[in-house]
Design a binder for this molecule. Structure first.
Ligand code: COA
Length: 371
């Protein structure tokens, strides 16, 4: 038995390749270092779903379908208005995504065509849910999506009400590409386990969102920014990190179950953080991050993961901290749905065994009066 199923091969997949020793990540055979500078989130989503890069017509078709699916059912907007304004955005996303199923006439249609259409809708609507709830909790009306913007640009627009600059669109788009898939990570595995019961795609992605929320998974990016704010100044970094070491506490944004070397996503996000922090005139967050990384790497030999430099990148772009993990979900929805479609296409119930560690199975029931 391997605690946490470490290194256990739990299924076959043609979607995502990871070499944890060499630090290689590829979607459908395309190295992340090829995709990050060249692709878009729409193109990467197509690649994940269909297994190959689209031609121009196919890309336009999938992009049009995504932009046409952005609006939420009015009942889901009403739900977003009904939940407490201080609700945790990941909890709201989980509930609202689940609620979308009840207003989708195809929700229970398990044909591959309907499931693909739902995957596209979910990919589009996830961004709208996150942005709509953010405006509602601020006491504003949700901002209607715009069909003329890319997924990244429209998310920025729905969140802020401002026209995105090409720089901010590109930064968000690259972040979306980098987070889109990651093999059998905890949330994708949760989604596949649910899909493998032949439950519907909404149930499967709802499971996945619940798993992503945890601080050992997607929630780490928020924890990183809270740590940076708590430290506050580069002069305090060393003492803070050494204090965490002394208390045997984990440093958010470091370590990985699979990578034994640099997480290739962190390579891009480090550069993006530096550029974004400099552009915003807030280099201190990058400089503090770099110092933390230097200490953790030198003294503990542990590398930064995807969540470490994404935190400062998002923060200086003006994204509220509690939307960092929902934004991760906006991206990972593409990978989750690709994995769920793959699971449906060649399904067998996922039902492992446990190594039993309880009492011998021969206890006699004792009447309540004698206990
Ligand atoms: N800070 C300090 N030490 C860390 C660490 C971190 N972030 N991550 C791992 N370690 C240490 C552990 O303390 C442990 O040391 P030990 O063997 O002396 O006890 C060793 O490295 C292995 O860690 P473990 O927690 O068993 O690894 P895992 O594979 O079960 O967990 C993570 C992987 C990602 C959950 C873990 O690294 C972690 O909790 N990181 C912080 C949260 C985070 O950033 N999550 C996002 C992942 S993308």
């Amino acid at each position: 038995m391997k605690a946490g199923l470490e290194d256990v091969i739990a299924g076959e997949s043609g979607i995502c390749y990871i070499d944890g020793e060499k630090g290689i990540l590829a979607y459908r055979g395309y190295n992340i270092h090829e995709l990050a500078p060249n692709s878009t989130f729409e193109e990467t989503s197509y690649l994940l779903w269909f297994g190959r890069l689209p031609n121009a017509n196919e890309l336009k078709d999938v992009s049009d379908k995504m932009s046409a699916s952005r609006a939420l059912p009015p009942q889901v907007i009403a739900l977003l208005k009904a939940v407490p304004r201080d609700a945790v955005p990941m909890a709201v996303l989980r509930t609202a995504t689940s609620a979308c199923a009840m207003y989708d006439s195809e929700a229970e249609d398990m044909s591959p065509e309907a499931n693909l259409r739902k995957a596209i809708r979910l990919n589009a609507q996830c961004a709208t849910i996150v942005a709509a709830f953010h405006n509602i909790r601020d006491g504003k009306e949700p901002i209607a999506p715009r069909a003329d913007l890319s997924h990244a640009g429209n998310f920025y627009y729905m969140l802020t009400g401002n026209d995105p600059s090409s720089t901010s669109i590109r930064a968000l788009d690259v972040a979306l590409i980098l987070h889109a898939d990651h093999e059998l990570n905890a949330s994708t595995f949760a989604g596949r386990v649910t899909a493998a019961t032949l439950s519907d795609i909404y149930s499967a992605v709802t499971s996945a969102i619940g798993a992503l929320k945890g601080p050992l998974h997607g929630g780490a990016n928020e924890a990183v920014m809270k740590m940076l704010l708590e430290i506050g100044d580069i002069s305090k970094v060393d003492a803070y990190v050494h204090n965490l070491f002394a208390q045997k506490k984990k440093i958010p944004g470091f370590g990985h179950r699979v990578y034994r070397t640099e997480d290739p996503r962190a390579t891009h996000l480090r550069r993006m953080s530096k550029e974004a922090c400099e552009r915003a005139g807030q280099s201190k967050w990058f400089e503090m991050s770099a110092r933390i990384e230097e200490i953790v790497k030198t003294e503990k030999k542990i590398n930064a993961n995807v969540d470490f430099y994404s935190a400062s990148t998002y923060y200086v772009s003006g994204m509220p901290i509690d939307l960092f993990t929902p934004f991760f979900a906006v991206s990972r929805m593409s990978g989750w749905t690709a994995h769920i479609l793959e699971q449906y296409a060649n399904n067998r119930l996922i039902r492992p065994r446990a190594e039993y560690a309880g009492p011998a199975p021969d206890l006699k029931w004792v009447p309540l009066s004698q206990r």
